[in-house]
Write a protein that binds this ligand. Structure first.
Ligand SMILES: Cc1cc2nc3c(=O)[nH]c(=O)nc-3n(C[C@H](O)[C@H](O)[C@H](O)COP(=O)(O)OP(=O)(O)OC[C@H]3O[C@@H](n4cnc5c(N)ncnc54)[C@H](O)[C@@H]3O)c2cc1C
Length: 501
């Protein structure tokens, strides 16, 4: 088992290293392989632009499957966190399950890539502890391997610089007192305590709530930065903010120690160990319908047409994308209007700085940027979760989102504003760090919809279910956690209506 690299043809581009799900390839000018880790999956062959990789023992029809047919109890379109959670829950319950993924690796917007030993998320990276995602991992027996920040947050405040409230309880109160005075800090904290205790959330927005208590721009700036870090925009309905706070109190966040891909592969492993299959490089072209029921899928599996029969179909590719695949004419126009109302994609942007020195002096927690043009939260991911080799550092930063749902983000402007913020926060950063910005929007956005919106897991087709972050979620669950919650709902409905054979 293993691969051979024809050194003369290798151009050291690193694509094979990025693509390899098993960390078996390391590129330093040329690709080097550790065949003890290779599984003959052959993904690297699909990525190599110079065809310099071959399998030691060639498999017949390695990269192109012949046309074929297969039958499963459940077929899931997309291996995002919603698809894999549904697949693992159902496979463990005895359903013969297939997950189909068009990409060479699993996990969609919750996965990761490795480049020169540094882990880069493909989308989401901050993972909520103690919520639906952790529950799914516990139920299916997969390892939930998170590294969490070990200290209280710090704050960088425009015009003041670094604020360190120290360790211990009442850290937010101490921070507020440092930027205003004790009386004001007590007033704001008292209002919060009363709201959370009574669960009587104020009308209006967060900015209106804080402006009614203070005219200190640093105090309101702290709440804007925390809101933007949690939701994207820096102002949201106050009920959403306090609802999130009460729902997630004490839960905490973490980073996947082996990157998102490591977590997502644990779910894929559960599916395979339970008798299911995960087909990568397999694009679903169409859902086959008969008498208003889904009967299977048309799939292009590594270039060859496949027909997959299924008793139940689950879509993790987004509600609007699913409607397009089904064809609008197959659905009640009322359902299409409902989806249009509930789905307001939000651009997702992350800035990564890879540096040869720690920009935050190795601080192992999160830092809020208050009063910055674009950035609202950042943390050294290599310090928290070991995401870089010795001598390298990766700092992950989230910019605040544009306030209007559905408005396309101007990537160049975001990058310029983030760089200008960095000039203020880390003068001289350009000598030590390279900036990488990822931006997902449109059909493959940061979040399929805004907090409080989203569609039901049920669709007008009785045996077709929807999962992912475009589905309704409980207060406090967003992004990957919301996608996992949708999987719990869909799996429960499927178990109730289509019992395992
Ligand atoms: C920059 C950014 C930062 C984010 N930060 C966070 C964060 O810190 N915390 C958090 O919880 N969330 C975060 N999110 C959101 C989070 O990434 C998503 O909510 C979550 O990953 C969505 O998962 P999903 O199940 O909806 O599916 P997706 O990840 O969208 O997966 C769908 C899968 O379907 C596949 N697919 C599509 N069409 C087909 C087809 N026809 N055939 C086969 N396969 C197909 C795709 O390739 C993909 O793998 C962030 C997102 C972005 C972009």
């Amino acid at each position: 088992m293993g691969i051979i690299i024809e050194e003369a043809k290798c151009i050291g581009c690193g694509l094979c290293e990025i693509a390899c799900p098993y960390d078996a390839i390391d590129v330093h000018m040329k690709a080097n392989v550790d065949n003890s880790k290779c599984t003959d999956c052959s993904i690297c062959l699909d990525y190599c632009p110079t065809d310099c990789i071959s399998l030691e023992e060639p498999l017949a029809a390695r990269s192109a499957f012949p046309p074929g047919e297969a039958a499963f109890d459940v077929a899931i379109i997309g291996s995002g966190v919603g698809g894999l959670c549904t697949g693992a829950l159902l496979a463990r319950q005895g359903y013969k399950t297939l997950v189909l993924e068009r990409n060479p690796t699993v996990g969609g917007r919750y996965s990761s890539l490795k480049h020169k030993g540094v882990t880069f998320p493909t989308g989401g990276s901050l993972i909520t502890k103690g919520g639906p995602l952790e529950e799914v991992f516990a139920e299916v027996g997969a390892e939930f391997d998170l590294a969490t920040p070990t200290v209280n947050p710090r704050y960088w405040i425009r015009g003041r610089g670094w604020i360190d409230p120290g360790e211990g309880s009442s850290q937010l109160r101490r921070t507020l007192a440092l930027v205003s005075n004790q009386e004001e800090a007590d007033r704001v904290m008292g209002s919060m305590r009363e709201i959370l205790g009574s669960r009587n959330f104020p009308d209006g927005t967060m900015v209106q709530w804080i402006d009614s208590l203070t005219d200190n721009p640093d105090v309101s700036g702290i709440f804007k930065a925390i809101t933007a870090a949690a939701f994207g925009p820096e102002d949201v309905p106050a009920g959403d903010f306090f609802g999130l706070l009460s729902a997630t109190a004490g839960r905490g966040m973490g980073l996947a120690r082996r990157g998102g891909l490591g977590l997502m592969r644990s779910l894929a492993k559960v599916i395979v160990e339970s008798g299911g299959e995960v087909w990568k490089l397999s694009t679903v072209k169409n859902v086959l319908l008969e008498d208003g029921q889904a009967v299977g899928l048309e799939v292009e599996r590594r270039g060859a047409p496949w027909k997959v029969q299924a008793n139940v179909v689950v879509s993790d590719i987004g509600p609007k994308q699913t409607i397009r695949m089904l064809g609008e004419e197959t659905l009640d126009p009322k359902y299409i209007s409902y989806v249009d109302e509930q789905i307001r994609p939000m651009g997702g942007i992350t800035v990564h700085l890879v540096s040869d020195k720690s920009l935050v002096d190795g601080f192992p927690g999160v830092i809020y940027a208050v009063g910055a043009r674009r950035l609202c939260i950042f943390f050294e991911a290599s310090r928290i979760a070991d995401w870089a080799p010795p001598g390298k550092y990766i700092t992950e930063m989230y910019p605040k989102a544009d306030p209007d749902p559905g408005v396309a983000a101007d990537l160049e402007l975001h990058a310029e504003e983030a760089a200008a913020d960095l000039d203020d926060i880390f003068p001289g950063w350009r000598e030590h760090a390279e900036m990488n910005v990822i931006c997902l929007q449109g059909d493959y956005p940061g979040n399929q919809t805004w907090t409080g919106m989203g569609v039901s897991a049920e669709t007008p087709i009785a045996n077709l279910f929807m999962v992912g972050d475009g589905c309704q979620s409980s207060l406090g669950n967003a992004g990957g956690t919301a996608a996992a919650e949708s999987a719990q709902r869909a799996a429960a409905l499927i178990r109730e209506r289509f019992p395992a054979p």
